[in-house]
Design a protein around this ligand. Structure first.
Ligand code: ADE
Length: 245
């Protein structure tokens, strides 16, 4: 899968995209990430990439011409690529969106900056806008890194064990159950006995119950969209009863 990232700050991507799982995915040829500096496409002497907003107001707006030139240059190489813009105005990026984007062979991610970008960039070039949450970052670069990371996890072979991304928190609409590793006892706290029992059915049941408990406590909103069995629903009812005075 090919990612082309359009940014005013390519060095920001050193580190997050050059270590660990992403580095291995790149080395194995599963992923190719290219950075493009939008400023390289500004044609004036000072290579200006932003300007004051029409109509007045604070801050600067990213100009359309350098962005248009940069997007067109990259698109010439990747005509089938989907063009994404990172912006707090976008659709919320979540597990399903990451899986969906992993279905594309080529993605072009435009990192917004400053107070915003000229609306004509959206109108003319952008297929979809994504926000990574209801807060405002100083720019779209961190959002792009988050998205690339989450998308790569869905590429077959990118994670150590097959299917890992499908077992994650959110994969079935619930948060993930608690995990433990050695030692069995640490500062008076023990690994739950069921996990040491070797009884796979009991372990699976305990994990499911913990995932339900955790989701209900921390993210009850997720329960509405989760895939729940009759047994899950019965368990949630029991939890509700336990809380009653
Ligand atoms: N740029 C600034 N804030 C953002 C956010 N929350 N998501 C994506 N891009 C952004």
């Amino acid at each position: 899968m090919k990612f082309d990232i359009l940014t005013l700050f390519p060095p920001m991507f050193d580190g997050p995209l050059t270590e660990s799982i992403i580095r291995r995915a790149v080395e194995r040829g599963l992923v190719n990430i290219s950075l493009h500096n939008i400023r390289d496409y500004a044609t004036d002497r000072h290579r200006v990439v932003d300007d004051a907003p029409y109509g007045g107001g604070d801050g600067m707006v990213m100009k359309v011409e350098p962005l248009a030139a940069c997007i067109e240059a990259v698109k010439a190489e990747r005509p089938a690529a989907r063009v994404i813009l990172t912006t707090p105005r976008g659709r919320r990026f979540d597990h399903d969106a990451a899986r969906e984007l992993a279905g594309y062979e080529e993605l072009i991610i435009v990192c917004g900056r400053y107070e915003g970008i000229d609306e004509r960039v959206r109108d003319l070039f952008v297929d979809e806008e994504f926000s990574i949450g209801d807060f405002v970052l100083t720019g779209g670069e961190l959002a792009a890194m988050v998205m690339v990371d989450a998308v790569i996890r869905f590429i077959p072979g990118a994670l150590g064990s097959p299917g890992s991304a499908e077992c994650d928190s959110f994969a079935d609409g619930l948060l993930e159950y608690p995990q433990y590793t050695r030692p069995v006892e640490f500062r008076g706290t023990r690994v739950p006995d069921v996990l040491l029992s070797g009884n796979h059915a009991e372990v699976a049941r305990w994990r499911r119950q913990k995932a339900l408990e955790l989701t209900r406590r921390v993210r009850p909103d997720l329960l509405h969209g989760a895939e729940l069995s009759g047994r899950d629903r019965d368990y949630l009812t029991t939890l509700g009863r336990e809380e009653e005075p």
